[in-house]
Design a protein around this ligand. Structure first.
Ligand code: AMP
Length: 175
């Protein structure tokens, strides 16, 4: 079988100057609508996460929500949403962070993670690493342990991994 990433890589679509001038946006929708490719992506992440025995899969709004609930289902783990400020209805912890394009605040429900819980963070793309690091800080504020960070895509030239050296980071497709 051909290496997975080579086949999946060709399906990702580049959109120049979206959502801002100078950003080359990686559009994953062509991969999502191709059942074989979507299966391959999910199955790869499932294999990585199985040995970590996560109690929870944490998904980051909004494209992280595409992968995390599927992984939670496959791994018999719970799903925890981390959302942009103002979207979660119950009491929250929050953290401010810098994006590749802009700045934002992320929130998690205060009762989402129990002390000592094993949490796997999942997102569609690792760029500068600020978003994933913010999510990890939220988990740790609540006493949880980040056991993995998994991404569909990694933009390695942005060196996001350098911010995430305390965590095991894996990406299905690397540019
Ligand atoms: P960062 O915090 O810089 O690692 O940015 C990661 C987050 O921003 C992820 O949730 C991505 O969905 C989004 N993102 C950043 N850069 C891109 C890009 N070039 N294409 C698609 N999504 C991106």
């Amino acid at each position: 079988m051909a290496p997975l990433t080579s086949s999946l890589k060709t399906i990702i679509r580049d959109i120049p100057d979206f959502p801002k001038k100078g950003i080359l946006f990686k559009d994953i929708t062509p991969l999502l609508k191709e059942p074989k490719a979507f299966h391959e992506a999910i199955d790869t992440m499932t294999e990585w996460l199985l040995p970590e025995k996560p109690d929870y899969i944490l998904g980051i709004e909004s494209r992280g929500f595409i992968f995390s609930p599927v992984l939670a289902y496959k791994l018999n783990a719970g799903f925890i949403p981390v959302r942009k400020k103002g979207k979660l209805p119950h009491e929250t912890e929050e953290v401010a962070y810098a994006l590749e394009y802009g700045e934002a605040v992320l929130e998690i429900h205060r009762d989402a993670v129990s002390a000592g819980a094993r949490v796997a963070i999942v997102d569609d793309l690792l760029a500068t690493g600020g978003t994933a690091l913010a999510a990890a800080h939220l988990v740790e504020k609540l006493g949880g342990k980040v056991v993995s960070m998994s991404f569909l895509i990694e933009l390695s030239f942005l060196n996001g991994r350098e911010k995430l050296t305390h965590y095991p980071v894996k990406s299905v497709i690397t540019y």
